[in-house]
Design a protein around this ligand. Structure first.
Ligand code: SF4
Length: 384
């Protein structure tokens, strides 16, 4: 089964179903039962049978049962680069979410097929900015007479359509590690930035690293006429933030920070920049997933860390560093539900299908979209 890029509208819970956005609800082939005690052995055997034909990528937020079969782990951009560096592997099984598999397809060679074990593994943040909505936004910026001053910047966590839009309009992709460098470059080119789709990463980078004020930022809401902004607000703003957020990192609150500081004396609070502004300003350190991992690796034995990022990663860090007191920042459980759709049964189904010569759940970005998305990705790689 091959998918192409398209709009992925979010449905309100309980408001019906949309087969166009809920891809993968029907699993091709027979999904093994989660209770099958032979799953680990089946995955091992299928992977061994495939040998160098398959390269398995595992995002940091994946479950342990899946991560154990990853040839490499990392954040989305590192994984896409790793896949591109292995052109000898015709099949890349991406244990992550849809936009990550799209980026891998864009960056890998034409003969490589990128497979997402469950097509329902999307990203609620990426789905908050659809192509039509962003085109409408650009019309609003044109009507306000500011579009020529605006450089679009999109976070890696966006669909290929949005990356291509940004490439067509002279912009750049960024990650949570290089967002400041991307904004430095964008402000050297234009007077304003349209930051997609994560308002928190955009605001936190602009205010905490670029010296902009909160008043320099406005939030464009795709569900309101004119984005909910007046033309004058758009003319005055330096940073136009898309109203999108990560449903995992958006959960952490100032109360979580205050509560853990009271409960654990001397605790260091370490959060991802996708968290809300009041959370990152109350934290001790802010950084990408890779930064969080390196910080915990380098931490003093006996030190205490409350971490504001996805729970699978925090638990893995806690298990890997029993000499340090590593805990989850929030009191309630907080997995990324779409990431968690990739489980051992889906991985077994993908690997066994490949071993039989059946290629299922291929993510393939159309050529034109891939071309312009690559323009924006290449611009990121060329950032000074
Ligand atoms: S953690 Fe957030 S940004 Fe990452 S895939 Fe899940 S919803 Fe998307």
């Amino acid at each position: 089964m091959t998918t192409t890029t398209r709009d992925l509208p979010l449905l309100l819970l309980g408001s019906g179903t949309d087969p166009a956005s809920e891809r993968g609800v029907d699993c091709p082939g027979e999904l093994p039962a989660a209770s099958d005690p032979a799953l680990v052995e089946r995955a091992r055997a299928a992977k061994a049978a495939l040998g160098g034909q398959v390269f398995v990528l595992g995002h940091h937020y994946q479950r342990d049962e899946v991560i154990q079969f990853a040839d490499v782990t990392g954040d989305s951009f590192k994984l896409a680069q790793q896949a591109a560096a292995r052109p000898d592997a015709p099949y890349v099984v991406f244990c992550g979410v849809h936009f990550m598999a799209e980026s891998a397809d864009i960056l890998t060679a034409a003969h490589q097929r990128v497979i997402l074990p469950d097509l329902g593994a999307g990203c609620s943040m990426a789905d908050m900015a659809t192509f039509d909505q962003v085109e409408d936004c650009w019309d609003v910026l044109e009507d306000a007479g500011v579009a020529d001053d605006v450089v679009p910047v999109t976070y890696m966590n966006s669909s290929a359509d949005i990356k291509a839009f940004v490439g067509r309009h002279g912009g750049v992709v960024c990650t949570s590690s290089n967002a400041k460098r991307a904004l430095d470059w964008a402000y050297g080119k234009g007077k304003k930035v349209l930051f997609l789709p994560d308002q928190h990463l955009g605001r936190n980078t602009a205010v905490l690293q670029m010296g902009l004020s909160l008043d320099d930022c406005v939030v464009y809401s795709p569900h309101r006429r004119g984005g909910g902004l007046t033309p004058q607000q758009l003319r005055d703003a330096k940073m136009i933030l898309w109203r999108g957020h990560c449903s995992v990192h958006g959960r952490f609150s100032l109360d979580s920070v205050n509560e853990v500081r009271e409960r654990v004396p001397g605790v260091h609070v370490l959060v991802h920049p996708e968290c809300r502004h009041e959370v990152v300003t109350a934290a001790d350190q802010i950084g990408s997933t890779e930064y969080i991992i390196k910080t915990i690796e380098a931490a003093e034995p006996g030190s205490s860390w409350a971490i504001g990022t996805e729970l699978n990663l925090v638990r893995r860090l806690a298990n890997a560093h029993p000499d340090k007191n590593v805990m989850f920042l929030d009191k309630t459980v907080c997995y990324c539900s779409t990431m968690n759709r990739i489980d051992l049964p889906h991985l077994v189904l993908s690997l066994e299908s490949l071993a039989r010569g059946e290629v299922q759940n291929v993510i393939q970005v159309d050529e034109e979209t891939a071309h312009y998305a690559r323009v924006a990705l290449d611009q990121m790689l060329a950032l000074p």
